[in-house]
Design a protein around this ligand. Structure first.
Ligand SMILES: NC(=O)c1ccc[n+]([C@@H]2O[C@H](COP(=O)([O-])OP(=O)(O)OC[C@H]3O[C@@H](n4cnc5c(N)ncnc54)[C@H](OP(=O)(O)O)[C@@H]3O)[C@@H](O)[C@H]2O)c1
Length: 225
């Protein structure tokens, strides 16, 4: 899968899956515009839109930035819920709107990958706001795939299980949690960031020319249990 001559915007490219994806896409010939929080905060809608506009023109988009906040459902605050919805769902919409508007104006085809999670399918304890934000992101992926697929822009989601990044350390460092989690993964281990990057590259590539609106798990079989 090669991306020579393509400009690809990757959000959350500062670390973790986004960083691995940006590096992978550069190796595959792309020009990558890497967005990270040091420049803009995706919880701020106006800053997000301005950052997306600055990156144009863009051929392909990876909405990877995301955040989490652990709390029991009873203790989940309005502030935390709104923050996760803003960063994990509203920001991907805003960035995708700017990229799609520009692609349509230039009459160019495109592809977008939203980085979701198996947490959109599974009700993990202490992840109420996170699970809700990723479920909302999946709904968004399907609507965009329907509306924009008709105009040459494919939109898909990838759904990693625990992936060894700074975010995973925050959520899964406790062996009491990580042990049972790992035992539910038939392939017996957590995911490496490069393995998510490979799935993202596939969904962006022409190899996936007829793949639109799907949820692609990168989970070693976790979801079949
Ligand atoms: N790791 C996992 O186990 C796992 C599993 C399933 C899905 N995911 C999803 O994969 C994506 C990447 O996660 P990761 O594990 O690579 O996380 P990570 O290591 O914490 O990296 C997250 C990236 O998102 C950026 N970000 C977070 N909040 C932001 C904000 N308010 N504004 C702008 N940028 C912001 C961070 O920017 P800074 O560099 O400036 O902090 C960072 O570059 C997320 O959408 C996550 O939900 C992760």
């Amino acid at each position: 899968m090669r991306f020579d001559g393509k400009r690809i915007l990757v959000t959350g490219a500062g670390k973790g899956i986004g960083r691995a994806t940006a590096i992978d896409l550069v190796r595959r010939g792309a020009t990558v515009v890497a967005l990270s929080r040091s420049a803009d905060d995706l919880a701020d809608a106006d800053a997000t839109r301005a950052a997306a506009r600055q990156a144009l023109p863009i051929d392909l988009l990876v909405n990877c930035a995301g955040t989490t906040d652990l709390a029991a459902a009873l203790d989940t605050t309005v502030e935390s819920f709104d923050h996760l919805m803003a960063v994990n769902c509203r920001a991907p919409l805003i960035v995708a709107q700017e990229v799609a508007r520009d692609l349509l104006a230039r009459n160019r085809p495109g592809a977008i990958v939203n980085v979701s999670s198996v947490a959109s399918f599974v009700g993990f304890a202490d992840h109420a706001a996170y699970c809700a934000s990723k479920g909302a992101l999946d709904a968004l992926t399907r609507v965009l795939a329907n509306e924009w697929g008709r105009r040459g822009i494919r939109v898909n989601g990838v759904h990693p299980v625990v992936t060894l990044t700074p975010m995973a350390v925050k959520a899964w460092s406790d062996p009491e949690k990580s042990g049972p989690m790992k035992s539910r993964i038939p392939l017996g281990r957590f995911v490496e960031p490069d393995e998510v990057a490979g799935a993202i590259a596939y969904l962006l590539s022409d190899e996936a020319a007829m793949v639109n609106g799907i949820d692609l798990p990168v989970d070693g079989g976790f979801l079949i249990n």
